[in-house]
Design a protein around this ligand. Structure first.
Ligand code: Q46
Ligand code: ZN
Length: 290
């Protein structure tokens, strides 16, 4: 049995897998994430969330290909690539691979220190850029990522603690596509990380369990711990916090973020839309290669 205190429910294995499908379908339809016939590029890290997402989308009949980014984070990157490749092979699904050190000439630790950014900031920036570029180039209108309810709650708490209205305005389960932009969607926002882990176990999906070594000290991990303590005593708090934000606060803060997109123009280095002269990714890559 898998218990989900948030829903005051316990499921047998088959019903739990169905519950995961229901939650993903509800998110996709409610937020209009994927339209019929659209090809989806799934950002795959080799971890439980992205492999569960890819599996769920394939089983629901979506044309979903994976994209794995080799970030050059030592043995962790080699291990996680193996999990992504084995999953793709088992499912007979197409996996694209972009290896940063081999194809772009730098890795995340080098890029972060050269650009004077925290590793996760350099990594997040690179991932957003490279997933979007691969989607645009490959003709995928949608990029799906494995962010789950716990991830979104931790990010939301961080944004609220700093009242960062810019980030709050962009914290949506769907970011619209546009010229040079694929739509970004998060179909797992109705599932917590305990649920994606249980889904993988029930479906026999092997995933990388080891944490990225650069995550140590990451403040999102601290926010997750804090919220888990509250959720344990008051199940449903995470969902109420996140979906309450989407319903009541997001409509007040998204218009400013959308207006920002109007100032976008193509980066002279890579052609990706940017509000700066040369985009942040090109500046990072150039600093790293120097
Ligand atoms: S991979 Fe990249 Fe994460 Fe590692 S460097 Fe940070 S952001 S922790 S999801
Ligand atoms: Zn650029």
């Amino acid at each position: 049995m898998v218990d989900v205190p948030r829903h005051n429910a316990a499921f047998c294995g088959d019903c739990f897998v169905r519950h995961c499908h229901d939650q993903v379908e509800r998110a996709i339809h409610h937020f209009r994430m994927i339209r019929p016939g659209e090809r989806v590029l799934v950002a795959v890290s080799g971890g439980k969330d992205s492999l569960a997402l890819w599996d769920l989308l394939l089983d629901s009949g979506y044309e979903a290909d994976g994209l794995y980014l080799g970030l050059g984070i030592g043995g962790y990157s080699d291990d996680s690539a193996g999990y992504a490749e084995r999953f793709a092979k088992r499912r007979g699904a197409a996996l694209r691979v972009v290896d940063l050190p081999a194809e772009l000439g730098f890795d995340i630790p080098t890029g972060a220190s050269a650009a004077h950014r925290a590793p996760c900031s350099a990594c997040g920036l690179s991932k957003r850029h490279l997933f979007n570029a691969a989607a645009v180039e490959g003709g995928y209108p949608v990029v799906a990522t494995g962010h789950n309810l716990d991830d979104e709650v931790a990010v939301l708490l961080g944004n609220v603690l700093r009242w960062d209205l810019g980030y709050l305005g962009r914290q949506q389960p769907v970011l619209p596509g546009g010229d040079g932009f694929a739509r970004k969607v998060k179909p797992l926002v109705r599932l917590g990380e305990r649920e994606t882990a249980a889904y993988c176990v029930l479906r026999g999906i092997d995933y990388v369990v080891e944490e990225c070594p650069m995550a140590a000290g990451n403040r999102h991990l601290r926010y997750k711990e804090a919220v888990n303590g509250i959720e344990e005593r008051s199940p449903g708090t995470k969902a109420a916090f996140y979906f309450g934000f989407l319903e009541r606060i997001a409509p007040l803060v998204t218009p400013a973020a959308e207006a920002e997109r109007e100032g976008l123009h193509p980066c002279p280095g890579c052609g990706s839309p940017t509000v700066a002269g040369v985009c942040a990714f090109c500046r990072l890559a150039e600093a790293a290669r120097r």
